[in-house]
Design a binder for this molecule. Structure first.
Ligand code: HEM
Length: 145
């Protein structure tokens, strides 16, 4: 169950990143309807990631880093930036979508340009963290870092 939840979480965040890139390409080509759909798909996948991640956390606790000491600092920088930016990503995505639905496209575009790199960083770093913990993870059995 734990493995499955981890796999579902990491794939949903990666697919969310891919849907995001697709949505950006579509709007650059002027396809507003497909852009709208791709971005709502990206948002739904990011929401699914949160559900799987929280389920794994609640059921199985966290996994601590047990790899080489030389890499511990870099791992924590990655983990902390990933977590903080993931927390910013959610509300900012809702704000950007809300502006689009209100037809306020100047504000939509302005904040979307901040949001997209954050989202891509969260998706890519999530994948790296998953791979690091797959190799060097140590079960804590508790809900702590
Ligand atoms: C989190 C979701 C979304 C993100 C990250 C996002 C991202 C973007 C970005 C980066 C641009 C600017 C592209 C450029 O010119 O460089 C843009 C434009 C646009 N987006 Fe979104 N978008 C999202 C959701 C939506 C939704 C739900 C709609 C429709 C209701 C929408 C409609 C539009 C339209 C119409 C434009 C073109 C605005 C113009 O050129 O005046 N977007 N979006």
């Amino acid at each position: 169950m734990k493995e499955l939840l981890g796999l579902l979480a990491v794939w949903s965040i990666v697919l969310s990143g891919l849907a995001l890139v697709t949505g950006v390409v579509l709007i650059k080509k002027g396809n507003r309807v497909a852009h709208h759909r791709a971005m709502l798909a990206a948002t739904s996948l990011a929401f699914l990631f949160l559900v799987f991640y929280l389920a794994k956390w609640a059921l199985h606790g966290t996994t601590a880093y047990g790899g080489p000491e030389a890499w511990r600092g870099a791992y924590y920088v990655l983990l902390i930036t990933h977590t903080l930016l993931a927390a910013v990503n959610g509300p900012l995505a809702l704000y950007v979508i809300w502006r689009a639905f209100r037809g306020e496209f100047v504000l939509h575009k302005r904040w979307a340009k901040v949001l997209v790199p954050i989202w891509l960083y969260v998706a890519a770093s999530g994948w790296v963290i998953y791979l690091v913990l797959k190799r060097y993870g140590v079960e804590t059995g508790t809900i702590a870092f």
